[in-house]
Design a protein around this ligand. Structure first.
Ligand code: ADP
Length: 385
C-alpha cells in the first residue's frame, strides 16, 4: 500500500537519504579521530562550507579558536564512553562559520558503530534567534522588575512619609490647639474687671499658638513651592555682616538661660544673593542649634566670605544626632529620636537643603550624640549673575 503511494520508507536507503538531505537541523558525522566524514546540506549552509570542504577536516574548524583545545579533550572523552546526550549541557555553546563569524548553537550527540568504527553524530541547531528573543525577554523582565522595585520603594517611602507626618501633626497641631481651647475657656470665665491681666495673658497665649500653627503651615507651603520649582531667585546687593547680626537679634528671644552665640566674620561684606532665601537658611540652622543645645552652651556662628563663595558654619555643643539617624536628616518630617520632646516639624532642614541646591550650594554636617553638631553650608557667589 505504502509503496503504491510512493511514500519513502525509513527502511529504504532513499528514505534515509531524504531525511538526511532535507533535515532542517545540521547533521555531522565524525569519526574517532574527530574528522568530519559526512555533512548534510543544512550543516553546510549553517557553516558556509561545501560538502567537499568539510569532508576530511577536523571538526575543530567549526569551533571558535578559544574553545578548540577543550573540545579535543571532550571529544576524546566522548569516544571513550559514547552515549546519546546534549552537548555542553548548561553551557553557552558557540560555533564558527567559514567566514570567521561565531553564532550560538545547541548540539545533541548520538553515536553508532560501522565496520568496527566508532562514529559520532552531531545534531546542530542555530539558536541565534531564540537567544535574541530570550535575551530580549530577560531584559524586559529585568526592566519590569526594576520598575516594580522602584514603585514599591516609592510606596514604602510614601508610607513612611505619611506616618512621620501623622506623628508630627498629632503632636505639633494638638499642642497649640489644646492651648487655644483651654485659654479660650479660661478667658471666658475671667469676666471680672480685676481679672483683665489674666485674660490678656491667655489672649497672648492664643496668639502665640496661632502664630505657631501659621508657622507650620508656612513651612509646608515653602517646601511645596520650592519642590515644585516655583521659587524664583531675586538677587540683591546687601551687607552680609549686618544681615547676620540682624538674624542673631531675631533669634535672641530663643536663647535659653546662659546660652550665647559666638559670631565671627571674615572677608568682604557686600554680596549679591537672594536675601529671603538666605534668611530662611540661616534662621533654620541657627534656631536648630539653639533649640537642640542646653542652657549655658555656646553656638558658634562663623561666616567666611571669599569672592567666589561664602562658607557658613554653625556649631553647637548640644544633644547631637545619633549616627544611625544621620542619613535621614534631610527627609521631610524626619525627627531624630533624641529630639522627640523638643518642638519641631522635621521640615526645616528639608527646606534648607532645597534652598541651598537652588542657590547651587552644598550643605553637610558632622555630629556626635551628646557632643554637638556642626552644619557647614557652602554657597557660590557670582557677583555678575
Ligand atoms: P525640626 O527641628 O523642626 O524637627 P529640622 O528639619 O530643622 O526639623 O531638623 C530635623 C531633625 O534634625 C530634628 O528633628 C533633629 O532631630 C535634627 N537636628 C537638626 N539640627 C540639629 C542640631 N543642631 N542638633 C541636633 N539635632 C539636630
Amino acid at each position: 500500500m505504502m509503496n503504491e503511494l510512493n511514500v519513502l520508507s525509513l527502511e529504504s536507503e532513499a528514505g534515509f537519504k531524504a531525511l538526511f538531505k532535507y533535515a532542517t537541523i545540521g547533521i555531522l558525522v565524525i569519526n574517532g579521530e574527530g574528522i568530519i566524514e559526512l555533512s548534510n546540506p543544512c550543516a553546510e549552509k549553517l557553516f558556509g562550507y561545501t560538502k567537499q570542504e568539510l569532508a576530511g577536516q577536523p571538526v575543530e574548524i567549526l569551533i571558535p579558536a578559544n574553545f578548540r583545545k577543550n573540545h579535543v579533550h571532550h571529544r576524546e572523552g566522548y569516544f571513550h564512553e559514547p552515549k546519546a546526550r546534549p552537548m555542553g549541557y548548561g553551557l553557552n555553546l558557540f560555533a564558527r562559520r567559514k567566514v570567521g563569524t561565531e553564532f550560538p548553537v545547541e548540539i545533541s550527540l548520538g553515536h553508532y558503530q560501522l565496520d568496527n568504527k566508532q562514529l559520532a553524530v552531531a545534531f546542530i541547531t542555530d539558536i541565534t534567534e531564540r537567544k535574541r528573543t530570550s535575551e530580549e525577554l530577560e531584559a524586559k523582565v529585568k526592566e519590569r522588575t526594576l520598575e516594580l522595585t522602584q514603585s514599591l520603594e516609592r510606596e514604602k517611602e510614601l508610607n513612611e512619609l505619611k506616618s512621620r507626618f501623622v506623628a508630627m501633626a498629632s503632636h505639633e497641631f494638638r499642642t497649640p490647639l489644646s492651648a487655644i481651647l483651654s485659654s479660650l475657656s479660661l478667658s471666658e470665665s475671667y469676666i471680672r474687671t480685676e481679672q483683665e491681666d489674666k485674660r490678656k495673658r491667655h489672649i497672648e497665649r492664643i496668639k502665640s499658638s496661632v502664630k505657631n500653627l501659621t508657622g507650620i503651615l508656612d513651612e509646608f507651603l515653602s517646601l511645596e513651592k520650592v519642590e515644585q520649582g516655583k521659587v524664583e531667585l531675586e538677587k540683591e546687593h546687601f551687607d552680609l555682616f549686618v544681615f547676620a547680626n540682624d538674624l542673631m537679634e531675631e533669634v535672641d528671644g530663643m536663647l535659653k538661660q546662659g546660652q550665647q552665640i559666638c559670631f565671627s566674620y571674615n572677608g568682604q561684606r557686600d554680596i549679591l544673593q537672594d536675601k529671603h532665601i538666605l534668611r530662611n537658611i540661616f534662621l533654620n540652622v541657627l534656631s536648630n542649634s539653639i533649640k537642640y543645645s542646653q542652657e549655658h552652651q555656646t553656638v558658634h556662628f562663623d561666616i567666611d566670605n571669599s569672592d567666589q563663595f561664602v562658607v557658613i558654619k554653625v556649631r553647637d555643643e548640644g544633644i547631637g544626632i545619633p549616627e544611625e539617624e544621620q542619613k535621614n536628616l534631610f527627609n521631610k518630617f524626619y525627627r531624630a529620636k533624641n529630639a522627640i520632646n523638643i518642638q519641631g516639624t522635621g521640615l526645616g532642614l528639608a527646606i534648607v537643603k532645597q534652598y541651598i541646591e537652588l542657590l547651587g550650594g552644598k550643605i553637610s554636617f558632622f555630629s556626635k550624640a551628646n557632643e554637638g553638631t556642626t552644619f557647614t553650608i557652602n554657597i557660590p557667589l557670582n557677583q555678575y549673575v
